[in-house]
Ligand binder design. Structure first.
Ligand code: NDP
Length: 460
């Protein structure tokens, strides 16, 4: 062994020991937080080659620091239903990292919301926001409030109560929330109104995802879904392929799913299935998106209703079985861990060519490994669904400049951001010895920028 070889071996060992030690520490500190541990494990596995080349990140304790949120705010949200009964929910905001800019990330209203889910989402946001190249830090928030079956007035009262407490900790240069599961432009509108009432002024830049008629950006609603498809389009070029003529499955039928389906169809794909938490529909003629949009965006109905209007379509009341349908491209756009090893095996057996994660962490670690082992092109969430937050940052810019870009201008910028993210992932994977591995590429490219800022900013 030459002297140089032995230095490399020492550096590799030191990096592996460091990653192992910090992961044990994170496990000990967060014993019951399985989603958070799953997200940290994936990042840690990717970063080993980085620490071997950059010992300064070890001496600056970057991994210990980046896995501990700067601040977690937990609060009571009391509200009254239409019958005058008082309810109490729990509110969260995880302000994870502000080295690149104000905390930025959505608010989720769903009964499954807990500290682990909030922390995993905020942690992922660090790397995603960094990848966009825009000056935004990372956060996430939400509540275990279930908006299903609530009246408009109940949603308004809950949301006002939620923001009354959260308003103490957010602001255009401090923390800028947006929507997520269960939070769309209606909820953002109520939050924005209540925040301005409390502050006694109009602070447009405090929320993104606002209605385009009231300070929001055109193209924000479409951004995450369109961006996911733009990212997968870049991936497919490696195999000299495109969306044209491909059969596609998209899980969910919410904001991300609907616009992923729309862009895939515009690019010539046939989308044959989508779902909600009750089940999935399969339409061999190709899903009629106008019907899905009306059912979900206007009438607030279940996806099963689709088959009443399209008699050739089938409804199955097991949403996870959607992955048994043969397809060329699968876009999981519903929720975390929706593709497990069993689902991944079905997709691989049906010769799926590409997976694009529109939702956050929709594939388990085992599923992800299986896709990679079988040569399936894999676009990880941090990169593939970053289009939403990228356009949110554009909304912040438009609010600061007090002007509005056209939908075409926003879409053009979004397309460019997604292409740049793809290139950064490819370059980082190449540079650190794992060509073609976009999971490693996304984690590393997202990490480097934040780590450098953390070194530059000194210990905190
Ligand atoms: P929505 O609330 O608009 O939609 C979620 C959809 O997923 C609904 O159709 C819901 O059905 C369905 N769903 C929930 N659980 C399941 C399940 N187990 N199987 C099948 N379908 C299910 O949320 P978004 O579209 O905004 O968000 C979806 C995902 O994308 C989340 O992971 C979110 O964090 C992520 N994301 C969202 C961004 C955005 O801009 N909105 C940005 C980046 C990531 P039901 O109505 O029955 O609950």
């Amino acid at each position: 062994m030459t002297k140089l070889d032995s230095i490399h071996t020492d550096n590799k060992k030191r990096a592996n020991d460091y990653v192992h030690e910090v992961y044990e520490l994170v496990k000990k500190r967060n014993p019951d937080e399985k989603e958070f541990l799953q997200a940290t494990r994936e990042i840690f596995d990717s970063l080993r080659p980085v620490f071997a080349q950059h010992p300064e990140y070890i001496t600056n304790g970057i991994l210990e620091r980046i896995t501990e949120p700067e601040r977690i705010i937990t609060f009571r949200v009391a509200w009254e239903d239409d019958q005058g009964k008082v309810h109490v929910n729990r509110g969260f905001r995880v302000q994870f990292n502000s080295d690149l800019g104000p905390y930025k990330g959505g608010i989720r209203f769903h009964p499954s919301v807990n500290a682990s889910i909030m922390k995993f989402l905020a942690f992922e946001q660090i790397f995603k926001n960094s990848l966009t190249g825009q000056p935004i830090g990372a956060g996430k928030g939400g509540s275990d409030f279930d908006p299903k079956g609530k009246s408009d007035r109940e949603i308004m009262r809950f949301t006002q109560s939620f923001i009354t407490e959260l308003s103490k900790y957010i602001g255009p240069d401090r923390d800028v929330p947006a929507g997520d599961i269960g939070v769309g432009k209606r909820e953002i509108g109520y939050m924005f109104g209540q925040y301005n009432r409390l502050k006694g002024g109009y602070e447009a830049g405090v929320f993104t995802g606002k209605d385009p008629n009231h300070g929001g950006s055109l193209g924000r609603k479409e951004a995450t879904g369109y961006g996911t498809v733009y990212f997968v389009e870049e991936m497919l070029k490696v195999k000299n392929e495109s969306f044209d003529g491909q059969t596609v499955i998209v899980s969910g039928s919410g904001n991300v799913s609907i616009y992923a389906m729309e862009k895939a169809m515009q690019l010539g794909a046939k989308v044959v299935a989508c779902s909600d938490s009750g089940g999935y529909i399969y339409d061999e003629n190709g899903i009629n998106l106008d019907t899905v949009k009306r059912l979900k965006e206007v009438e607030n109905k279940r996806i099963s209703e689709y088959t009443k209007e399209h008699l050739q379509a089938e409804y199955h009341d097991d949403c996870s079985a959607i992955w048994s349908i043969p397809c060329d491209i699968a876009l999981p756009c519903a929720t975390q861990n929706e593709i497990d090893e069993i689902a991944a095996r079905m997709l691989v057996a049906n010769s799926v060519k590409a997976i694009g994660e529109g939702a956050n962490m929709p594939c388990t670690l085992e599923a992800m490994a299986l896709f990679q082992e079988n040569g399936v092109l894999f676009g990880p969430a941090k990169a593939a669904n970053a289009g939403g937050v990228a356009v949110s940052a554009m909304e912040m810019s438009q609010n600061s400049m007090r002007l509005s870009w056209t939908a075409e201008e926003v879409d053009e910028k979004l397309h460019l951001v997604m292409k740049n993210i793809y290139t950064s992932c490819v370059d980082a994977a190449d540079r650190f010895g794992h060509p073609g591995n976009l999971v490693m590429g996304a984690n590393i490219a997202g990490f480097l920028k934040v780590a450098d800022a953390m070194v530059a900013h000194g210990l905190s």
